[in-house]
Design a protein around this ligand. Structure first.
Ligand SMILES: [Zn+2]
Length: 374
């Protein structure tokens, strides 16, 4: 691959000698009128460099663009309906790589997707050995669960380097999750996350439950319900669904509600006021409040360019509606945590939230002064 025809994986790495390269994506617009479409002539090569089936990136484009796709694996035909600029597709591919290819910890692209018995997907990294969760509330995740990556890799960039992890898809996910916990605990470099990751702990519980019942993940069911009925369901109906799924007291259910209800909201702060009761109905403990902040951190992460500057307004809305209290914000403000979002993103959100946290702290001091005068 000559440098002018290739990009680093991920493109954010600027090192010209970076080991991991992918061909520049090509797009060819064919047809006209209603039949106009964008053919992806080299998505097979690009996907091979990413060690992912070409259908994944194609589906991802369709999902992000709200366009139908045509996939004929046998004929290596991958098409997105409509006319799409190849530069835009290349940008979207960055998002795909971020979510489904590179390691969430070290950003190395040599990862395998492993689908657990609980139908959650993790990226297992060959470089650092860590496993990072894939956000299961993104549309492509379900497709991947239903169309798992082939176990025998054909010529993937790292398959030839001796893939000793081919059996992992069969491995007991509970054991995997426990291993994750052990890894997380033994990680001395990362004292920002000393506490056992609650999310991982939940996965252990849920993986165990899923093994017993072999049922669909209730969180997925709740998420699907919200997505399918976002325009029509009332908050009461959403909470009734959560209750039916035995999630009415779960802080993670509050996160699912946030992720699915707010993923397309263009007025997040305003919409918080509309759904205040629903957001509080799962519980108001410290844990619930932290989870709600975490849910909105994820929403901000999903559309970082647009929503990062709105962080103070979003947090202020949570505060004004009494969904998250002062103490919870001040506790959260003490240090960035990668509990809910990528650590670099967490740092950015903390930076963006500074004016709001400062305002809270000053308001608290004034309150204390008032108390003295009484
Ligand atoms: Zn890694």
């Amino acid at each position: 691959m000559s440098p002018e025809n290739s990009y680093n994986i991920p493109r954010s790495v600027k090192d010209a000698f970076h080991r991991y390269k992918m061909p520049r994506l090509q797009g060819k617009i064919e047809g006209k009128g209603n039949g106009i479409k964008t053919v992806l002539p080299n998505i097979v090569d690009v996907s091979r460099a990413l060690s992912r089936p070409p259908a994944y990136a194609t589906k991802y484009f369709g999902g992000e663009l709200g366009a139908q796709v045509q996939i004929e694996e046998k004929n290596e035909k991958y098409i997105v309906n409509g006319a799409h600029d190849v530069a835009k597709l290349q940008d979207l591919l960055d998002g795909f790589i971020d979510r489904y290819v590179i390691c969430g910890v070290c950003k190395n692209p040599e990862t395998d997707l492993i689908i657990g018995k609980d139908k959650n997907i993790v990226r297992k990294c060959m470089a650092c050995g860590k496993r990072s969760d894939v956000n299961m509330h993104h549309g492509l995740a379900k497709y991947i669960v239903n169309h798992p990556p082939p176990k025998e890799k054909k010529g993937g960039q790292h398959a030839s380097a001796g893939n000793t992890n081919g059996d992992d898809a069969d491995a007991d996910h509970v054991a995997d999750a426990l291993e994750d916990l052990a890894l997380a605990n033994g990680d001395d470099d990362d004292n920002e996350d000393e506490d056992i990751d609650e999310w991982a702990a939940n996965q252990v519980e849920e993986a165990a439950a899923a093994n017993d019942e072999d049922s669909d993940d209730p969180y997925d069911q709740l998420g699907d319900f919200i997505r399918e009925n976002r325009e029509t369901a009332t908050d009461r109906e959403i909470f009734a669904k959560a209750t039916e799924l035995h999630l009415s007291k779960k802080h993670r259910a509050a996160i699912v509600v946030i992720l699915c209800l707010f993923e397309e909201s263009v007025t997040v702060a305003k919409d918080i006021a509309k759904h205040d009761k629903l957001l509080m109905s799962f519980g108001t403990s410290d844990k619930h409040q932290r989870a709600i902040i975490g849910g909105f951190e994820r929403i901000i992460e999903e559309r970082l360019d647009v929503l990062l500057p709105k962080t103070p307004a979003i947090f202020k809305a949570l505060f004004d509606e009494e969904i998250v209290e002062e103490e919870a914000f001040i506790e959260w403000g003490k240090k960035p945590s990668k509990k809910y979002v990528d650590k670099e993103v967490a740092k950015k959100i903390h930076k963006a939230a500074e004016p709001f946290i400062q305002w809270l702290e000053e308001a608290e001091e004034e309150d204390d002064d008032d108390d003295d005068e009484d």
